[in-house]
Design a protein. Structure first.
Length: 365
């Protein structure tokens, strides 16, 4: 048996290809469990895009999703790009437009603003423009970069493959109009939402707190998202799911608890612009202590139309009792100190709880 090769280039370092590629991009790599405000993340010039950016490696993503912040200087545009990973954009600040096109000649331009959400069709060319001559624009991307880079470990293939996926984008003039199709289960199939902060939602009583929700299927892709909101003076039921749910707060103020069975919960206080990604099957619970409804948007890998199974993006059990095989803790089974702590937090700001006492009563069999 021959001797092992000398690791001159350190190819046997057991470091994912995506992590190595990030280091070569020359922008900050933020590794964290929680970001207080995405609008305040420090960014540096990013030659690839022609703007500025920073990678955000959320601990709970566990390789299922990647994320970055990108900024377009006032009056400028980013470089044209295409790539074989899926990419969802949420506009954190500013306004502008994006042109999408493919090699077959299909082309479309649409405008966006703070609060807009859209998905880039797989491997279509695109270019972002800042619509303001005085202020920068910034967006948050959640994408499937880690899986694609780690699977193919070939940068040229990821960014320079001449392939049009016409089932994703064929030049339909209504593609980015905001129109969509509704399906049972609060599902909205679309490619563009002009203002996710005020998008109409439907009741989702199973998740508690008189909350509302819509499940989003975007750009006929394997990445998806949902928007949920719960009222002033309420909190959601604790639940858990797979990795890669990048929970972005897009309205309101409050806190969340995170724990695994048998561990003490950890608390993180959030606001508009915060993001956190619960690790796989870690319980977490959201509490609204602010003066408005609290709304969050978690882009993820794995949707309903193109399911990737229970490990990625599956939401079929998040509103079902853990005692019945689901992933949710009902109010009447939660630790009593949770309700007490929430009411004490509300009292600090003179807010009364809006939680119905009946929530805590176990249903009769």
């Amino acid at each position: 048996m021959s001797k092992p090769a000398t690791q001159v280039d350190n190819v046997m370092d057991n470091i994912p290809c995506y992590d190595k590629w990030q280091l070569g991009e020359g922008i900050p790599v933020v590794k964290t469990f929680f970001v207080q405000d995405l609008r305040k993340i420090d960014v540096k010039p990013w030659d690839r895009t022609g703007g500025s950016g920073a990678f955000i490696n959320m601990e709970g993503a566990e390789g299922a999703t990647g994320a970055y912040v990108s900024e377009i200087p006032a009056g400028k545009k980013l470089n044209p790009m295409r790539h074989l990973y899926e990419d969802l954009h949420y506009v954190l600040k500013g306004r502008g437009g994006t042109t999408i096109w493919n090699d077959k000649g299909a082309k479309q331009t649409f405008e966006w603003q703070e609060g807009s959400l859209f998905a880039l069709p797989l491997n279509s060319w695109y270019q972002h423009f800042n619509g303001s001559g005085t202020e920068s624009a910034r967006f948050f991307s959640v994408n499937s970069m880690p899986i694609v880079f780690n699977l193919f470990h070939n940068e040229d293939f990821v960014f320079n493959t001449p392939r049009d996926f016409t089932d994703r984008f064929d030049g339909d003039p209504e593609y980015f109009s905001g129109k969509g199709k509704a399906y049972p289960g609060r599902v909205w199939d679309t490619n563009f939402i002009a203002d996710a902060r005020n998008f109409a939602l439907e009741d989702w009583k199973e998740r508690g707190a008189s909350g509302k929700n819509v499940m989003l299927e975007l750009a006929n892709g394997s990445m998806a998202a949902h928007i949920s909101e719960f009222p002033i003076g309420t909190y959601k039921k604790a639940h858990r799911h797979g990795p890669g749910f990048n929970v972005m707060i897009i309205k309101g103020q409050g806190f969340s608890l995170f724990w695994r069975e048998g561990d003490e919960p950890k608390r993180y206080d959030w606001q508009d612009g915060s993001v956190f990604t619960p690790p796989a099957m870690m319980f977490h619970q959201h509490f609204n202590t602010g003066a408005t409804g609290a709304r969050y948007l978690p882009p993820r890998l794995g949707g309903i139309k193109y399911s990737l199974g229970e490990s990625f993006g599956d939401i079929s059990k998040v509103d079902k009792d853990v005692k019945q095989g689901g992933n949710q803790i009902e109010y009447y089974d939660e630790a009593p100190w949770i309700r007490k702590m929430f009411e004490e937090e509300l009292a600090k700001s003179g807010t009364a709880t809006k939680m119905n006492p009946d929530f805590y009563k176990r249903p009769a069999k």
